[in-house]
Ligand binder design. Structure first.
Ligand SMILES: [Zn+2]
Length: 83
């Protein structure tokens, strides 16, 4: 690991460069990469967030709305003396 500003060799534990005091953004980028491994690429994650999740959310809302509609219909039916 080397400093991005001055090129000085850095200890892996250092949060800042001992030579010039520059913080270490490449390290945080590496941590981000560790949290989101390349095996699950950004395009795949983008596909999930753009198409799959909204589809299931829309389907869920549609089914919930349908159930609510029939529930209200049943209540109204009971209110007007049916059944
Ligand atoms: Zn430095």
């Amino acid at each position: 690991m080397y400093c991005t500003k001055c090129g000085e060799a850095l200890d892996s534990q250092d949060r800042f460069c001992r030579h010039c005091g520059e913080s270490r953004p490449p390290d945080s980028a590496k941590r981000f990469e560790a949290a989101f491994p390349p095996s699950v690429g950004p395009s795949e994650a983008g596909y999930w967030h753009t198409y799959v999740r909204p589809f299931f959310m829309t389907a869920g809302l549609f089914i919930a709305g349908l159930c609510g509609f029939f529930l209200v219909l049943k209540l109204l039916w009971a209110f007007w003396g049916g059944e």
